[in-house]
Design a binder for this molecule. Structure first.
Ligand SMILES: CC(C)(COP(=O)(O)OP(=O)(O)OC[C@H]1O[C@@H](n2cnc3c(N)ncnc32)[C@H](O)[C@@H]1OP(=O)(O)O)[C@@H](O)C(=O)NCCC(=O)NCCS
Length: 179
């Protein structure tokens, strides 16, 4: 799967992405809304999982490459929801970018291309969720037209009790062609 926007190419993962991806997910500032950073082995395993998801159709978490210089800026994609959420939505949309690339609207730009593709695939809706305190990610959800579903707030089942990242918020967007 490959998508193109004005400034980005969203594409399959390649060997050359492994080092820059490990630098992104090994950065404590990038990962401050995750429970831990990833070392090289864990970053490689994350890429392997995204490749497997692309091959079996379970997910489309793609490498995001900047057209102007070929830099890997991070990941943007969609995939099956693997935790219980209100209304049993089929797929989520998500993003992780390296900090040098923040603030340029790249995440919303890539996400919009994925949303268009999801509607072409006939999906009824997409959701996104993040730690309630992750303001930048929530801004991206708002910018791409998602609406908060306050009744869908939840405590992340894989984060320990009382952890500051455990309370999560849920956002949704419906396929306009299916309403
Ligand atoms: C969330 C994320 C993908 C946003 O990507 P982006 O391409 O920078 O998105 P935008 O340029 O539209 O900026 C979105 C918001 O990020 C915040 N932001 C922008 N630049 C920032 C910076 N340098 N430092 C901190 N926050 C910043 C702002 O709140 C901005 O909202 P605004 O445009 O209304 O000011 C990026 O911040 C990121 O990768 N964060 C770490 C990983 C993560 O938390 N992923 C989500 C997990 S659910």
């Amino acid at each position: 799967m490959r998508l193109e926007t004005d400034r980005l190419i969203l594409r399959q993962w390649e060997e050359r992405d492994r080092a820059p991806f490990a630098a992104i997910v090994g950065d404590p500032h990038v990962m401050r809304f995750y429970t831990r950073t990833r070392d090289r082995a864990a970053a490689d395993a994350w890429i392997d999982k995204m490749i497997a998801g692309l091959e079996d159709g379970g997910s489309a978490f793609l490498a995001a490459e900047r057209k102007s210089d070929g830099a890997l800026i991070g990941l943007i994609g969609t995939g099956r929801v693997d935790i219980p959420l209100r209304g049993d939505p089929p797929e989520e949309i998500g993003w992780v970018l390296g900090s040098p690339y923040w603030g340029h609207g790249y995440a919303p730009e890539g996400a919009r291309a994925h949303i268009a593709r999801a509607w072409e695939r006939g999906l009824p809706e997409l959701v996104a969720f993040t730690a309630a305190i992750n303001a930048p990610s929530r801004r991206v959800m708002e910018k791409i037209g998602m609406s908060r579903d306050p009744q869908g707030d939840f405590l992340h089942p894989r984060i320990e009790e009382h952890h500051r990242l455990r309370p999560h918020v849920l956002y949704r967007i419906a396929n306009p062609g299916r309403s």
